[in-house]
Design a protein around this ligand. Structure first.
Ligand code: PMP
Length: 402
């Protein structure tokens, strides 16, 4: 074996993280004691709810640390059906608990894709979608959203149909709603049109609904219709990482879908991980039991509104509407060609992100990480006291461009 053969060639196609360089730069600023506003990482802030903490702690105290059902503890799987309000359509055989939503996604690709099958993704896919599809030896392809910028990269039924026609062996269409990075939410009608295409063409619709409790403007999540034909092709992925505070590291997610697919996923998981950490599952059960407390959503909505209030100050940048999740998507193309005080010309979203960081201490994620050059993603899940200073710093930096 030669030195170049030591690592699987499929990993050659994993792009090194575009945000890594920004992280190093942020760490240097932090070390020098300079102000830093972290709008880079998508993680909620604040304290872990006491009931979640106590449930996980008491699982340890009671020695609930032995191997469990590889599909997840029965109590949690049953509760997930209630959390999603789908008890009339599914039983616990339709649910598998996984190590975060990420592992649910990987399990789906491994369970349904053969090598070379195509997985279609949205026009601005979240950074890990491509690597996860590649890890399953399938081919990730972004759907081109044809209806223009006004539609915020939303994929329409025609776009999807065209993509199914133009790629070989399309097995899955992966839809994220609310969308990371654009924070748009697909309406019930938009979803139904995409689902209809998937059913008619025999393609799984994999719905990543990880942020579904965080929907703004008094609206609630547009639930997919669970007709018998949809049930055959719809797989939903969810988890506790985003709809609660400080729960990302508990690593609990789940999938709900047709029994044949779920059986394959559970079989796979029984060999890969034997299921996620059992005490974390007890913590997750506490998280999703009882009524959902919308105070996190309300706090995030207040932060979103602070960003809306700063729109004019942020010119020439255009701030898109955020209908859900906690991202603000900024069109920074008007900055291209402008010169910074250090006499550098901005030409890419990475360049704008670097400038904001170096000049104003504002950490963002460049749009190119989501296949959309010309944009920045800002995660506004920060403590309320920090947002105005961060926006002032960003506005100041944009104002100094010539
Ligand atoms: N899907 C989306 C859209 C995400 O934003 C994330 C996390 N950032 C994940 C899946 C993975 O979630 P988890 O941390 O539960 O694995």
């Amino acid at each position: 074996m030669s030195d170049t053969e030591r690592i699987s060639t499929k990993l050659d196609r994993f792009q090194p993280s575009l945000t890594l360089r920004l992280k190093e730069s942020a760490n240097r600023r932090r070390a020098r004691g300079l102000p830093l506003f972290d709008l880079g990482l998508g993680e909620t802030k604040g304290d872990l709810a006491v009931r979640i903490r106590d449930a996980a702690k008491s699982a340890y105290d009671q020695g609930r640390t032995m191997y469990e059902d590889p599909a997840g503890i029965v109590e949690l799987r049953r509760r997930i059906l209630g959390w999603l309000d789908v008890e009339d359509h599914y039983g616990i055989e339709n649910v598998v608990v996984t190590t975060g939503a990420k592992q649910s996604l990987l399990n789906v690709f491994l369970a349904v894709c053969d090598p070379g099958d195509t997985v279609l993704m949205e026009a601005a896919p979240w950074v890990s979608y491509q690597p996860l599809v590649l890890a399953a030896n399938a081919r990730p392809r972004a759907v081109v959203a044809g209806r223009g910028e006004a539609n915020f990269f939303k994929v329409g039924a025609d776009d999807l149909e065209q993509a199914i026609d133009s790629h070989d062996r399309v097995k899955v269409f992966l839809l994220n709603s609310p969308v990371n990075p654009t924070s748009q939410v697909y309406s019930a009608e938009e979803f139904a049109a995409l689902m209809e295409v998937c059913v008619r063409r025999g393609v799984f619709l994999l719905l990543d609904r990880l942020y579904w409790r965080i929907i703004y403007d008094g609206k609630s999540y547009p639930e997919p219709e669970l007709s018998s034909q949809n049930l055959k092709w719809l797989i939903q992925v969810d988890g506790i990482s985003k709809n609660f505070r400080r729960t990302g590291g508990m690593r609990i997610g789940w999938s709900v879908g047709p029994a044949d697919v779920l059986k394959a996923m559970i079989n796979l998981q029984s060999h890969c991980t034997s299921g996620p950490s059992v005490p974390s599952q007890w913590g997750a059960l506490a998280a999703i039991s009882g009524d959902y407390d919308f105070e996190l959503r309300d706090e995030l909505e207040g932060l979103r509104n602070r960003i809306y209030a700063a729109r004019e100050r942020l010119a020439p940048v255009k701030v898109w509407d955020s209908a859900g999740a906690f991202y603000s998507f900024w069109d920074v193309r008007a900055c291209f060609g402008k010169r910074t005080p250090a006499d550098e010309t901005l030409e890419t979203s990475v360049g704008v992100a670097e400038y904001l960081l170096e000049h104003a201490g504002v950490v963002t994620a460049p749009g190119s990480a989501f296949l959309q050059e010309g944009f920045l993603r800002l995660s506004f899940a920060m403590l309320p006291g920090e947002i105005d200073a961060a926006l002032d710093a960003a506005a100041g930096a944009f104002g100094e461009l010539r």
